[in-house]
Write a protein that binds this ligand. Structure first.
Ligand SMILES: *Cc1c(COP(=O)(O)O)cnc(C)c1O
Length: 467
């Protein structure tokens, strides 16, 4: 089994094995971890995935990113445990909508959003990695809604791990909030901050890169800055494409995008050898990535709250991983670009990089009306209820006109019952929560409200993490 080490996108973070990169989350130079090379899957390797279960596909793909400290048998056991809590036997069923469009349903996990696919595995990996190490791991995360719930349900009651989850107060849906705040395990701490998701994410990054904080607690991250999450997401691109005929046939994917983690996982699958014709980046009105890819100027605007809150993001952390790859892994250059970005709040993507990226990505900004029309179309022509995020993805997929023979798989990122009012307004149909959440609105809630201030949040964490 070849060694696989992880390096920082900013060039100065050293080189760490998988488990250390996973536990650290962010590199010490403020960069994000990436594998030191893209592992390759040949056409024969990909053909060999045909007919495999999701667990077997995940074991085969993750194997290429994890070094020898987790052997095949242990990895398979962790993956099996991670997906045992999904309530569909296919784990991620692929549904056909019409002669071109397919939906990959990623929302059959414990909290009804695709975040479960990665976080259930991360929960297993964290617990295993903490075994045999001293002390506890303190995980600090920020959520626009779904990551928080998924992380909480992946880590509640796990040995050796405490979780502090920040969400922007009043900017997550009621179902999302209650899925987080009704978790009563003593190792789970919910914090509602008086600010936006970007504020919450900035605080988390500041804490994670502060050497004084690291000296006090062993800190970790569960946001999609954590490489292990992207690894888990690469799996379903392979699994779904193979079901539609890869490697013999090219497939396109449409991905509702916020922090650029999910679509970047698709990019990695393509870099590994999966014949992906196109990755469609679907954004809402918060379209920094769309503007960056089309104009070359990557600059955040103020966040506009929309019906797709998981995509209300103006600084997409994982975009740095793409820039690093586009730079041909020039960490020094990325460090300089990001330092510049942090002071000026904008950066220019060199034209040569942008042109190369444009051969792989197509992006669309989808407004609320088109999102609603798409929900109606899917409900009335295909009998399929979509959540608003998935509808943004499908709307973007339906805008792609080139090469009509290429099938397009839209990633369905949340269950429609997570956003019941919007779904009902658009389609006239009230989506039902699956049985496991039927009593959600009656459950007790527990959370603290804190100001948008990293010092206040850090002192809250220190008080509780040692308790
Ligand atoms: C997190 C999330 C997204 C965005 O995914 P990124 O990896 O942040 O781009 C889209 N839809 C839903 C429902 C989500 O929870």
């Amino acid at each position: 089994m070849p060694e696989m080490n992880y390096v920082s996108t900013r060039g100065e973070g050293g080189s760490l094995p998988f488990a250390d990169a996973m536990m650290a989350g962010l590199a010490t130079d403020g960069g994000l971890f990436v594998p030191d090379r893209w592992p390759s899957m040949t056409a024969d390797d990909i053909a060999g995935l045909a007919g495999l279960s999701y667990v077997d596909t995940a074991t085969a793909v993750c194997r290429r990113f994890i070094g020898p400290d987790i052997d095949d048998h242990a990895l398979r056991r962790l993956v099996t445990a991670a997906y045992a809590g999904f309530d569909h036997p296919a784990v991620v069923p692929l549904v056909q909508l019409d002669d071109r469009h397919f939906l990959l349903e990623l929302f059959h996990g414990p909290t009804l959003a695709f975040k479960d696919v990665a976080l259930q595995l991360l929960g297993q990996l964290f617990e295993r990695s903490m075994r045999g190490r001293d002390g506890r791991l303190t995980i600090v995360g920020a959520t626009s809604g779904d990551t928080g719930a998924a992380a909480i349900h992946a880590l509640a009651g796990r040995e050796g791990v405490d979780l502090f989850m920040l969400h922007p107060r009043g900017r997550v849906s009621e179902v999302q909030r209650r899925q987080m705040t009704s978790a009563m395990a003593p190792n789970i701490h919910n914090i509602a901050i008086e600010g936006t998701f970007d504020d919450a994410q900035a605080i988390v990054k500041q804490i994670l890169r502060d050497p004084a904080a690291a000296a006090r607690l062993r800190l970790g991250a569960v946001n999609s800055i954590n490489w292990a999450r992207l690894m888990a997401q690469i799996v379903y691109y392979f699994h779904a494409a193979v079901r539609l005929g890869a490697p013999g046939r090219k497939i396109a994917f449409s991905v509702p995008t916020g922090n650029f983690g999910d679509v970047f996982a698709g990019y990695v699958a393509a870099r590994m050898g999966l014949p992906i014709d196109r990755l469609i980046v679907a954004t809402n009105a918060n379209d920094i990535v769309h503007r960056g890819l089309t104009t070359g100027r990557y600059a955040p605007d103020t966040v506009v709250p929309t019906d797709t809150p998981a995509m209300d993001i103006q600084v997409s952390s994982n975009f740095e991983r793409l820039l690093f790859d586009l730079s041909k892994r020039d960490g020094r250059r990325i460090a300089a670009m990001m330092a510049d970005f942090e002071t000026r709040r904008s950066l220019w993507i060199p034209e040569e990089w942008r042109a190369w990226a444009a051969q792989r990505f197509t992006s669309f900004r989808i407004e609320a009306e088109e999102m609603r029309d798409t929900m109606q179309w899917a409900a009335h022509h295909c009998g399929q209820l979509l959540d608003p995020h998935s509808a943004v993805g499908l709307a973007a997929a339906r805008r792609l006109r080139h090469r009509p023979e290429v099938p397009i798989i839209t990633l369905a990122t949340a269950h429609p019952a997570k956003f019941p009012e919007i779904v009902e307004q658009a389609t006239g149909i009230a989506p039902q929560l699956p049985a496991r959440w039927a009593d959600l609105l009656d459950r007790e809630e527990r959370f603290d409200v804190l100001p948008n201030d990293s010092a206040a949040i850090w002192s809250f964490i220190c008080d509780r993490a040692n308790a």
